[in-house]
Design a protein around this ligand. Sequence first.
Ligand code: NAD
Length: 391
Amino acid sequence: MANVLILGAGYAGLRVAKLLAKHPQQMTITIVNDHPYHYESTQLHEVAVGTREPADITFSLRDVLPANVALVVDTVTKIDRDDQRVELAHHDPLSYDYLVNSLGFESETFGIPGAEENGLPMIDIDTAVAARKHLEDTLAHYSTSHDPDDLHIIVCGAGFTSIEYLGDLVHRMPQLIAAYHLPADQIKIDCIEAMPKVLPMFSQDLADYAVHYLESHGVTFHTSTPITKIDPGVVHSKDTSYTAHTIIWTTGVQGSHVITDSGYDQKRNRVVVTNDLSVKDHPHEFVIGDVSAVPDPASGRMYPTTAQIAVAQADTAAHNIRALINGRTPSPFSFQSLGTVCSLGPTNGVAEINFMGHWKLKGKIVGPLKKIVNDRSVLELANVRTMLASD
Ligand code: NAD
């Protein structure tokens, strides 16, 4: 019996487990995750704003994993690749014949002083809940402090997560203003971006739509403004400083630090994988999801790390593990993006879809589209009951 060990139950790891469990002949399957639940990382911004509760975007792993997959709830601390075993914080080490490393992402601070201490990331349920609590407590505090900075919110970066966070924030703001009796005209929301363009992955007209939508709801963008330092309540760029008591840190992500701790050849905790998604000279070791870097043969650059590519990688990794166990040659990974959807709150957004042509969409049509994408993800990873429960 081959011993397959999967690290991380995000989009990639959970899908590998479910695919392998359908035909588990000649293998045992174990998945290790640091929580007993999976969370939809593409919806963390909604929990961080407070438009969704954690229970809406999480589901119990034991409920959705097939019975023939063993679940170990623990934190992976190191992978001993020579001895083919994985060290855990609280359990004895686990050995493996085949490894799927899908340990996911962490916040990226690029070494900017004060970012870790003074910025609020949203990289898991705990940090998203902490960001929501900070936002609500700070707005509530204004009634006794009358400090204008209690009403100021700065979002660092203008990529996907920042824009989706801002979309939900401006949607919820009228409710927050009413709940805490806030002076609406003194609320200030700044978004500070290093690059000249907001949402660089979208065509200019869609990025412009997102910017105009958010500006018309009270957001001020500061582009070409790299953040250099964060002090408590102050965001510094080269020429200017901005003050706010809520500073949201969404400037990008890196892979899990376990990658560096385990001695992989890596960049930003991502491992460049071979074309069958294994690690060079380690054909039994697959690295997928946000800890992997996959070259796009067309552009020569790395594909962006998204939930969509993580799921596609999981399909190839599961196929290749089964091929190796049965003495067949693994297949190369290929990826055709279905497109990208960026929500602007629950009822609006922008999208570029590759389905029977290339479609650019903006406005209210994108709200239901995003819901379809989310429902499809839950359906693929969990089941119908979980999908209906998350509505
Ligand atoms: P991102 O890389 O998309 O955006 C980060 C932004 O922060 C960039 O625009 C960058 O220029 C800016 N930035 C970096 N350093 C800065 C600095 N010092 N000062 C000011 N700005 C700075 O990262 P993300 O939004 O965290 O997303 C992470 C990954 O997850 C991406 O690959 C993204 O595609 C994916 N994602 C996808 C979706 C979706 O498909 N709807 C949603 C969220 C995230």
